[in-house]
Design a binder for this molecule. Structure first.
Ligand code: COA
Length: 358
């Protein structure tokens, strides 16, 4: 008797669920060759915020873990941060030639054109492929996947990936729920084609999103929806809004799940992780994620106390600063994970290479 045909796989699930059994990719891989970061010189302390908002140093420190953050001066734009970080990453790599510049940002200099071509040109790279990607605080993880794809497909041999955000330009200075958290900064890496077994090679990258919860983190006006309605933005609609409590809950859930999956797909155990480099959203979220992953405090990298939440720039800024101080060293097995607006999240692994972070 003929077996009945197996039920057709759900096309949506089939599309979105990676084949976890496939294990680490073989062959060509994207390898980190250089890293740099930049924060603007202006520093805003909790005491500065106390003077203009109904808040306190004690509340900010205990709820977020932040003491200071950097903020651009009037007239500075995301591209200015991106160029500095990009220049440092290229110097760190020791070779200024790349085939593509990918910029992850939520705060492009203007709606059109993309900011990356200008950044590339200012780095002496006019002529190469250059484009922006938008994945809010997960921008660096999404950018790693994009850069890896360019390299795996042979479209590019070397990619400059920059994550830069001038997040303070989106924040309502009177909104104490966000003004104390978000800040400005940039981080960049140079990726080159290499093999999966060498230090610096990116492990499998896990990404996900849930647009049913897009309202938890949003800037309601300024896009085609509001413009095509023919109405002017309502007061405050052009500012960033966040439902903190719900965001917190989802951040923990998704960073845990993505981290577990990335580690498993790399063929690692969680106990193998020497350094956790999580998006610096909030110190309490980071502590919860690390605790539930069983990663002790001394293996967690953190700079949130000094730089706040710098959006997509958060992870490369953390990696660069930690590598510069030696908290992150060659040979460390690193787990990266991020979460943010979209909602969008991601995670990946790598063995930290011998690089001089600038
Ligand atoms: N100073 C003093 N009080 C503040 C404040 C501030 N800066 N911001 C909010 N509050 C008040 C609230 O108004 C509220 O007062 P009420 O109880 O009288 O209504 C109280 O503090 C508690 O607010 P709540 O939002 O419930 O606090 P929380 O403990 O959830 O902490 C966040 C707020 C934003 C710090 C927290 O929710 C958080 O970190 N969420 C995740 C944010 C995040 O990581 N986003 C980035 C993802 S990329």
């Amino acid at each position: 008797m003929t077996e009945p045909p197996a039920p057709a796989a759900d096309p949506v699930l089939a599309h979105h669920l990676p084949d976890a059994a496939a294990g680490p990719p073989r062959g060509r891989a994207a390898v980190i060759e250089g890293i740099g970061s930049y924060v603007p010189p202006g520093v805003v302390t909790n005491q500065d915020l106390e003077k203009r908002l109904d808040t306190s140093d004690e509340w900010i420190r205990t709820r977020t873990g932040i003491a200071t953050r950097h903020m651009i001066d009037p007239g500075t734009a995301t591209s200015d941060l991106a160029v500095e970080a990009g220049r440092r990453a290229l110097t760190s790599a020791g070779d200024p030639r790349v085939d593509a510049v990918v910029l992850a940002t939520t705060t492009p200099d203007q709606p059109c054109p993309a900011t990356a071509p200008d950044v590339a040109a200012r780095l002496g790279l006019a002529g190469v492929a250059a484009y922006d990607i938008a994945a809010v605080c997960s921008g660096f993880l999404y950018g790693l996947a994009t850069a890896s794809g360019l390299i795996a497909a042979g479209t590019a041999g070397r990619v400059l990936l920059i994550a830069a955000d001038a997040f303070t330009t989106l924040i309502d200075p009177q909104d104490r729920g966000t003004a104390v958290i978000f800040a400005d900064g940039a981080g960049a890496v140079v990726l080159r084609a290499g093999t999966a077994d060498e230090p610096g090679a990116l492990g499998p990258i896990v990404l996900g999103s849930d647009g049913t919860l897009s309202h938890l983190i949003e800037v309601p006006a300024g896009g085609s929806r509001q413009r095509s309605s023919g109405r002017a933005p309502e007061p405050g609609e052009e500012f960033f809004r966040m439902h903190g409590r719900d965001t917190y809950r989802h951040a923990v859930t998704h960073m845990l799940a993505a981290s577990g999956e990335a580690v498993a797909r790399a063929g690692w155990q969680l106990a193998d992780v020497d350094r956790l480099a999580a998006h610096q959203a909030n110190a309490r979220i980071l502590a919860t994620v690390a605790e539930r992953l069983g990663i002790p405090a001394e293996r967690q990298l953190s700079n949130i106390e000094r730089v706040g939440n710098t959006g997509g720039a958060s992870i490369p800024l953390l990696l660069a600063q930690s590598a510069a101080t030696g908290e992150l060293a060659a040979g460390h097995r690193v787990l990266l994970t991020a979460f943010g607006g979209g909602l969008a999240w991601g995670a990946t692994t790598l063995v930290w290479p011998e690089v001089k972070a600038l």
